[in-house]
Design a protein around this ligand. Sequence first.
Ligand code: G3P
Ligand code: CA
Length: 243
Amino acid sequence: MSTRILAHRGASAYAPENTIPAFELALEQETDGFELDVHLSKDGELIVMHDERIDRTTNGQGFIKDYTLEELRAFDASCGKDGYRGTTIPTLAEVYSLVRGTDKIVNVEIKTDIIVYPNICGKLLALEDAMGMNGRVIYSSFNHYTVCEMLKARPDAKVGLLYMSMIVSPWDYARGLRASCLHPHFITLSNTPNMAEECRKLGIETNVWTVDDPEWMERLMKMGVTSLITDKPDLARTVVFGK
Ligand code: G3P
Ligand code: CA
């Protein structure tokens, strides 16, 4: 099986991160799926954005949790990218609408490492069911308690443990928590070049981020990782398929 390509925040090297244009561009670039980040708004809607605050990527200020969805919709999320003025902040439901009739994968990073949003796991599972996304969502988080909570709510959920520290034998850690995927920063594989092989023996996926350097893409592909999570899905395609 060839290395899977997941567009990090969409094709975010070229279009405003975590917006519909970035996800549409990734689809045009024939990505296998997306990685995106979710938070909850003041009125409990699943909002797609990286930071807890809207300051860096929109023309507004403040925390997502302090705005309703309607209020968030008024901001421009073009993130300084030319040609994208008027782009709005998407909900997760809107992103799912783009891919619900396809076989594309969505890696939902649950951003509970700073703010623990009440019942975010329950809301995510309800949306997955309502939109027929079952089997095509990978839930990941740097907050491994959130990953455990997701598994408690749905034992067969596909879940990934995000990390960027040099964990010894991370596959043993994943097995202990019954997590089906490991999501390491690519640099950690310098210490664990056997990682993909060890994980494959245990049926654990290795979805590595954020890889934009073609030499690293090639190296990781040769190690046998499951997915390259990249801001440049077009470049990853040239590395993986040679075109
Ligand atoms: O999910 C991989 C990667 O997105 C984690 O880091 O900060 O880009 O969300 P960050
Ligand atoms: Ca992320």
